[in-house]
Design a protein around this ligand. Structure first.
Ligand code: DC
Length: 226
């Protein structure tokens, strides 16, 4: 019996606002590969825990919630944003809020919550390939990935990008407030004991400060197709 080689993986890790989401989606589309938005999984668990009225610092309760939460991605028929279905409810819009991001960051520091999401993430690895977007894709979940990228950008630039996105959605936010939130989340994500945010040793670092989307996509694609 022959065993097929596992599907190729391109990991794209980096801090919030580095453009990972946009770049990963475009690169996956270009390659015709599947996409794993792992941040959405942490957001979904934070959201489900909030809906259940759980105390987000109660590790046992949040872990049980992570194990029980049903998360599905559904491609939009018109090619627009992929929908995230949490326990049967389309929570896509709720998951993008700053509140959901903060809840995700808090529960993502719990090793047992991370453990509960491992199998789900590994299941995304299917032919013809996978683009995995997150914080620990190249270091913990897919350490054997053939292609690894770490995207960064200055905190000021990331706050500016996020500000523009949220303003377009009509949300009321301040640039200074966003930059402070981004810096606080970065340091929480980088200093946690499990799966801290750091580039894999074999990752290609791409600083996207001042770069346009097309330029970043081209740089990332060059890692897979030199
Ligand atoms: O990428 P994002 O902003 O959607 O991620 C939300 C939070 O989830 C972020 O604060 C860090 C956490 N996260 C993580 O710990 N590991 C991942 N692979 C992805 C996200």
């Amino acid at each position: 019996m022959s065993h097929a080689a596992p599907a190729p993986v391109l990991t794209i890790d980096g801090p919030s606002g580095s453009g990972k989401g946009t770049i990963s989606a475009l690169v996956a589309e270009h390659l015709g590969w599947r996409l794993l938005d792992s941040g959405a999984l942490y957001r979904a668990v934070g959201y489900a825990a909030g809906m259940a009225g759980l105390d987000l610092s109660d590790v046992d309760a949040v872990t049980r919630c992570a194990q029980a939460t049903k998360i599905h991605f559904r491609a939009a028929s018109d090619g627009s944003q992929t929908r995230v279905i949490v326990n049967g409810h389309d929570a896509t819009d709720e998951l993008r809020t700053e509140t959901a991001g903060a809840a995700a960051s808090a529960i993502a520091s719990m090793p047992s919550v991370r453990e509960a999401l491992v199998a789900l993430q590994l299941g995304f690895r299917k032919a013809p390939g996978l683009v995995a977007d997150g914080r620990d894709m190249g270091t913990v979940i897919f350490p054997d990935a053939a292609y690894k990228v770490f995207l960064t950008a200055s905190a000021a630039e990331r706050a500016k990008r996020r500000y523009k996105q949220l303003k377009e959605k009509g949300l009321s936010v301040t640039l200074g407030g966003l930059q402070r939130e981004i810096e606080a989340r970065d340091s929480r994500d980088a200093s946690r004991a499990v799966a801290p945010l750091k580039p894999a040793e074999d990752a290609v670092l791409v600083d996207t400060t001042g770069m346009g989307i097309d330029e970043v996509v081209a740089k990332v694609l060059a890692v897979v197709q030199p």
